[in-house]
Design a protein around this ligand. Sequence first.
Ligand code: ZN
Length: 380
Amino acid sequence: MASGQEKNVDRRQRMRQLLEKPGNGTCADCGAADPEWASYTLGVFVCQSCSGLHRNIAQISKVKSVLLDPWSAAEVEFMDSVGNISANAKYEQIVPAFFYQPTHKDCTLLREQWIRAKYERKEFICVDKQEPYSTGYREGFLWKRGRDCGQYLSRKFILSEREGVLKYFNKHDAREPKAIMKINTVNATFQPTKIGTAHGLQITYLKDNSTRNIFVYHEDGKEMVDWFNAIRAARFHYLQVAFPGAPTSELLPKLTRNYIKEGYMEKTGPKQTEGFKKRWFTMDDRRLMYFKDPLDAYARGEVFIGSKENSYTVLSGLPPSIQGSHWQFGITIVTPDRKFLFACETEEDQKDWIAAFQTVLNRPMLPQEYAVEAYFKHKP
Ligand SMILES: [Zn+2]
């Protein structure tokens, strides 16, 4: 008995040493540091959060704690013979460049579908399985939030790389689409919390240079993530044509983007004598937008935030002349044209918003961003 115990301790010690081997120090699936779980059927070391998702595919992946569970000699040998580098060389053989590989910061849906795509469906071993998002054409039904009623209605969506558009139809037999979204302005970002459903995707596009939002979901998580990657594929191919010779590494961050920050602030109008009103704000790249309701179809207003070299600044606090009741923690954004005044409910909010504005202000403007700035300046 005593020797059996000892061996178990030895084996756990060996497992602990395996974590030191190159590749095993980060989660095989999301890249999080210091994984302490392992799939002893796949031979990978994963973080606690991903180990929970491996339990959803229990028929092919069985997980245990590296530090707490008992390990048999055969299991230790297997973990030693595989490991993260060798497993990923197999299961991530042919991940398309545009395919979104989630990190530990991403929503559960993206991480779960990544793990299923990798090990369960083996999409990155067999290229035929990538058809749902790689052919440049996709059509299907999604639940779309109605603009006025807020109810989700089934709508037919078509993504066509050849036409350069994503469009949807209100009636199943309609010939004319309700909206045509040009792929060059489309963005998609998962927003489970804001939309209130785990599979909720926010799609935005520009219409007459103003941002439009639509909110969609599909009950099947795979369908929703396939749509997301199909949009990324279409954007990737569009950008490859628009910027010939640009390295892939430069194009990939442009396929889809998450917002820099979202949340409530209060704002006053251009005269600064109007009462402060609570609004939902979204900082999307250089566009600061505000909405009455977080799920509104379009913004009530958009402000372009340039860079400090171009005379944009953010200040903590409000000018002393400001009257009326408002939240305590003010922020003043100075643009070449005017000042924008905001108020946050908490000091932490104020700090976070200022940090968000700083990241944008500290980044020099790109040539194409001057065109966007000019549009905002001449906006009617
Ligand atoms: Zn992980």
